[in-house]
Design a protein around this ligand. Sequence first.
Ligand code: CUA
Length: 341
Amino acid sequence: MNGSPAAKRRLLALLALLAVFAIACDTGPQDFLKSQASVQTQKADSLWDVTFAIAVFIFVVVEGLIIYALIRFRQRPGREAAQFHGNTKVEIILTVIPSLILAGLAVPTVQTIFENSKQPPDALRIQVVAKQFWWEFNYPDLGIVTANELHLPVDQTAYIEITSPTNDVIHSFWVPRLTGAQDAVPGRTNTTVITPTATGQFWGQCKEFCGLSHSRMRLRVFVEDRSTFDQWVADQGEEAAEPTDSLAQQGQELFVNGQCAACHTISGTNAAGTTGPNLTHLMSRRTFAGAIFRMNEGNLRDWVADAPAMKPGSIMPSGLKSMGLSQSDVDAIVAYLLTLE
Ligand code: CUA
């Protein structure tokens, strides 16, 4: 290698680039190659291990033969290369072996696909509705509608139906450690199955480009032990408490009789819109708007005042610029939202 300063600089730049790639090998919260937390992803991972082992074996054999041929048959003075065309026997072998490997791999692959889509009779039914740019989670048998944060009991299979409203676009539901990606297509229902094997918090992400805030369309899954999950179900089933504080009462008035009620539901009030998230137990969630903002007073105030400024392409209009709210109206509405525990 030539040791000129330019060559050294190029080498340094290449090493720096490799270091950047190496960072991507770290175990992140959405890593799907390690620490799978559901029966389905564990099965998919075992399948991947088998496929990978076969691929490594073939790689070593093929590369070994190439290196052997390069050395054994390298150019030497006075020696002429063998002149021939085609070799039927070799060609047949090279067609039959890969076909057998692929046919062999198809057996466990198809088996895993069927096993992973099985719906046991005692499964917890959940409907996921993907919208620009957030997730609605509906538990039809429990009468719960929530958003962005999915709660699942550990060791029970959840049968998940995924769709998107007919006036929306295609999204994709993906929680790498719990399930592979499944498209949410307007007017169509796809399904996925999750049997969580560990409690904890898992991150998901919309995986289909769906507009300006596609990257801000995340979700969280809380896998809980049975009693924690049952408590959550009981809390979600209650109607919203009436506000006692006067500012919050004023906010409720504005919310229920104004434009907010056209898009949002708060059970126990006249607000019954279904375009936006159900806000009955808003404060029981840790995040909002596609699980990207922490649920706190400051963020809620900014959101109600001007949602599209916080999240480009948001369907939720700006309170100050489009809905004719004043800053004190916004403060009152936020005071009301803070009571929705
Ligand atoms: Cu929804 Cu990307």
